[in-house]
Design a protein around this ligand. Sequence first.
Ligand SMILES: *Cc1c(COP(=O)(O)O)cnc(C)c1O
Length: 405
Amino acid sequence: MLKLDFHPAGRHFLQIPGPSPVPDRILRAMSYPTIDHRGPEFGALGLQVLEGIKKIFKTAQPVVIYPASGTGAWEAALVNTLSAGDHVLMFETGHFATLWKKMAEALGLKTEFLGLPGIEGWRRGVQADMIEQRLRQDSGHEIKAVCVVHNETSTGVTSDIAAVRRAIDAAGHPALLLVDTISGLASADYRHDEWGVDVTVSGSQKGLMLPPGISFNAVSKKAIEASKTATLPKAFWNWAEIIEMNATGYWPYTPNTNLLYGLSEAIDMILGEGLDNTFARHQRLAHACRSAVKAWGLEIQCADPAVYSPVLTGVMTPPGVDADAIRKLIYDKFNMSLGTGLGKMKGKMFRIGHLGEANDLTLMATLAGCEMGLKLAGVPLAGSGVQAAMAELSASVAPDQLKAA
Ligand SMILES: *Cc1c(COP(=O)(O)O)cnc(C)c1O
């Protein structure tokens, strides 16, 4: 039997930008007994979650649900729409964009990585004008897909996807638009149909508040058409068989039954709060978090206020201060996990998650843990971030308080 002998009093503060804390309602829903995935009850559950999840993606098209992590759904987006040697244009926003590019290469695609030079690219969003310019040069339409990350979880930058769509249209280019919103969905505004996205990739363990283990491809009619002639090898990831069986609420293989109970509960919770209220809650908490970082006198990783992430805040540590040592101290002393700096930012920043089931007091506790840890580590602070965030939050009304009033 698994023995976890680390049991400090109180709850662990899981403040990494995914997995995010799983609400008790969802944990309880997941504890129902596993049922026959070919039986009548399951079909009803299947239809319910397949219909409900469309509302979260804001799409009228099918959403494919895989029993896999987000990385699996990345692969599914590529192998269903592309053929060996196809040219794909990707944009470097951070570590996750870089990993998706590596995967595309491993699958035999020809990748091109656009981006701003050096660390600049990891501090700003997708530059739609650079994409437009590149597509205009491609008069032979060699580029088959444009791939971008909506919420770059490694940095805390949320790119403007509608602007990328406009750039593709302005260039009159037929490339597909593939978007990773693994960490953005259900925390940051997202509109699959309205923004003309062909494949949206997402996952369960971030804004959807579920444990890791399921992931998604929302598709467009154009993506389905492309999948009929795409020749990259695909079997498990093949949309066609899954979408066909989904019509009656079933899957071609054993789906992740208990996570689907959780998904059904998560959809109820999010639609119950209302997507607009959910987004407003995240914006408000993110704003308060940034006031704290500014009061500390530390730098926010995202250098463009227009693309600040509502999901997480990246905090850069002063030169010579090891961000991972501070994270370790906070973990040991206060039983709180913060996100590590990834790739180019290793040791230079930490990430505060404020996604999913976050509220005023979970944010305040998180910021208190950060402030105590920074002080203990001897990092000179300009002032109290906790005070600044408290002032912000107490002066503004939470969206659900508005609803109750
Ligand atoms: C978490 C994440 C991934 C990877 O998802 P896994 O579930 O870990 O496979 C990819 N892209 C982004 C933007 C993410 O936040």
